[in-house]
Each structure stands twice: as structure tokens, then as C-alpha cells.
Design a protein. Structure first.
Length: 198
């Protein structure tokens, strides 16, 4: 009986020790050229002891062509998954990081704009797009978001239709119109909320 109790205690101990090991994986994407990595971290008690990054998408080399210098890469995290350590392999959950939520539209709009820039061979609207993204979805957005949220709200106000409308664009004229409409939407927001422009 005593032996059985010890065996059970050891099993329970091993089980709970196993729970302290977690695998955390997430995507990280450059918010300028959209270079994308998949990162896997092994953690014990929440502390990472192993990390592996795998390139998932090279992004758009067109960044260098358009801006005349290589992208300096500013990575933001996106979707993530978390599971209890190797031997148990139980899933705990998956979802989107706060950064992933805040930068989703920026990444989508820039991605569509690169593709348009390739098909139309036009770079000016792409440059304008990235400049506007740096106003409404700057790399410090997560920090800003915990303070004044007007920047995020103005950006989202503009980005919703911007992302949708870009999908139907065929010509440079249409592309410029979509950008103008997005700027007008953000202006509307500043007026309605009586906020200063950034
Ligand atoms: Zn980059």
C-alpha cells in the first residue's frame, strides 16, 4: 500500500512538473517590408530556455527598390499558440497578441499596396501609404494605446474602408482615390472628436 502511494505521489509530481514546461509559438512580422518569422519558445515556469526562429516569408524586397536602402526591420508579433510541455502536448490556447490586433490593418494595407505597386509599376502611392501608416499605426502604437487612443481610433476609422477598397483597385487613379478617401475619414474623426492632428 505504501509503495503504491509513493508511486502515485511520484506520478502526480511528474505530471505537475510537466505542466511547468510550456511551448509558446508566435509569428513576428516586419511592419515595413512584411518579412515574417515563426518563433517557437520552450519555457519552464514562464522563463524561456530555448528559442528557434524560422523564416516563413521573405517579405517584399521592393522596399529597398522604392526607398533606396535595405529595410531596417521593425518586427511586431501576431498570432500565438501556447501548449503544455512536450510530453503532455495539451493545448492551452491560441489567439492574437495585442500587437497583432493593433498592427493587423497596417500589415494588410501595406501588403495590398506592395502588390499594387508591382502591378502598376508606380511607387508614389506606396510611399504615401507607408508615411500615413507611420502616423496612424506607428511602431510605438502599443505604448500610445495605453495613453491617448485618438491616434489608434483615427487610424482604424481610416483603415477599415481603405483595406476593403484596395482589393478592387486596378489603376493608379483608383489607388490614389482610395488613399484620399482614407485621409478624409481620418480627418472626419479628428473633427468629430475635436482632436488635434498628430
Ligand atoms: Zn523589414
Amino acid at each position: 500500500m505504501k509503495k503504491l502511494l509513493i508511486a502515485v505521489a511520484i506520478l502526480i509530481g511528474v505530471f505537475f512538473a510537466g505542466l511547468l514546461f510550456q511551448t509558446y509559438d508566435y509569428g513576428k512580422t516586419c511592419i515595413y517590408c512584411l518579412r515574417d518569422y515563426h518563433v517557437v519558445e520552450e519555457q519552464f515556469c514562464g522563463v524561456t530556455f530555448y528559442r528557434k526562429s524560422k523564416l516563413r516569408d521573405e517579405g517584399y524586397p521592393r522596399y529597398e527598390e522604392v526607398f533606396g536602402h535595405p529595410c531596417e526591420h521593425v518586427y511586431k508579433t501576431g498570432g500565438f499558440g501556447r501548449s503544455i510541455g512536450g510530453i503532455w502536448g495539451g493545448g492551452i490556447g491560441c489567439g492574437m497578441t495585442a500587437e497583432g490586433v493593433l498592427f493587423r490593418q497596417r500589415k494588410a494595407i501595406i501588403g495590398l499596396s506592395y502588390r499594387l505597386s508591382e502591378t502598376t509599376r508606380e511607387t508614389a502611392p506606396l510611399i504615401t501609404t507607408i508615411e500615413l501608416m507611420d502616423i496612424w499605426f506607428p511602431e510605438t502604437l502599443l505604448k500610445d494605446f495605453s495613453g491617448d487612443t485618438s491616434l489608434v481610433s483615427a487610424g482604424q476609422n481610416a483603415a477599415f474602408s481603405w483595406e476593403n477598397d484596395l482589393q478592387d483597385v486596378q489603376t493608379v487613379e483608383e489607388w490614389n482615390t482610395v488613399i484620399k478617401n482614407a485621409q478624409a475619414k481620418a480627418e472626419e474623426y479628428y473633427d468629430a472628436m475635436k482632436r488635434p492632428r498628430p
